[in-house]
Design a protein. Structure first.
Length: 239
């Protein structure tokens, strides 16, 4: 049986005892069926990952004692995902996969053809946390509140932003990856795709590169995985 991993804000150091949140206590006791004395792993991006042991657990309360460090913290590329707000099931899945693929920021944006008018930030943040615990990341991506696409672009800091542009003349994605460095971002469209005016606006911005993800039209959530996976791999190789 694998040892469960638990994100803890810290501080994490051998011998310290930290309280579990009600949600963590419920998950460990009722979902994972663990009891006092069971082994865990506690982690965060600042201090790394540590062995831990449950010292108390009752309903929605509990505590763990931190043991020895098993993994030191390490830097990771800054990879920002701008994702047009999708329907709930697709959005939840995309956030989970974006976390697994190394996104450090997940920024829902509101494009003109978005079916969803907003995103539940608290729910998406919980999904990202759970995904990080499962995939053995040390960090958890920031999940921002949804904002209009133009507002996010107007406030962008100039880092390279690759945009998945369906039905538009664009450069194949692989040709944009050589020499790409973080910080950088990847933007995907809504279920109905970007409107022509939105793509025209994107193309005029000096930090934007329109990219073709392949010969087929992908579902919005599939485009997240296809593009983000390629970019994440390229950043890891060049690191």
């Amino acid at each position: 049986m694998s040892i469960p991993r638990l994100h803890a804000d810290g501080p994490l150091s051998p011998g310290t005892e930290i309280a579990l949140t009600p949600a963590q206590a419920h998950h460990i006791g009722h979902v994972l069926r663990r009891a006092p004395g069971a082994a865990l792993r506690a982690f965060n991006a600042r201090e790394g990952e540590f062995a831990a042991e449950i010292t108390a657990l009752r309903k929605d309360r509990g505590a763990i004692r931190i043991g020895e460090q098993v993994r030191a913290p390490s830097p990771e590329p800054e990879l920002r995902l701008l994702i047009s707000a999708l329907k709930r099931e697709a959005m939840d899945w995309a956030v989970e996969k974006a976390t697994e693929l190394g996104a450090t920021l997940i920024q829902p944006v509101l494009a003109r053809r978005c079916v969803a008018g907003h995103s539940n930030t608290q729910r998406l943040a919980a999904i990202a946390r759970a995904a990080a615990e499962q995939c053995e990341r040390l960090s958890i991506p920031e999940v921002a509140d949804s904002r209009p696409l133009h507002a996010v672009l107007d406030a962008w800091d100039g880092a390279p932003l690759i945009v998945g542009a369906e039905r538009r003349e664009a450069v194949p994605l692989h040709k944009l990856l050589s020499g790409l460095a973080s910080p950088c971002g990847f933007l995907t469209g809504p279920e109905g795709g970007f409107e022509r005016a939105e793509l025209d606006d994107l193309a005029r911005r000096p930090f934007v590169s329109l990219a073709m993800l392949g010969k087929r039209i992908l579902r919005a959530e599939t485009a997240v995985v296809a593009g983000l996976g390629a970019i994440s791999f390229a950043l890891d190789v060049q690191d």
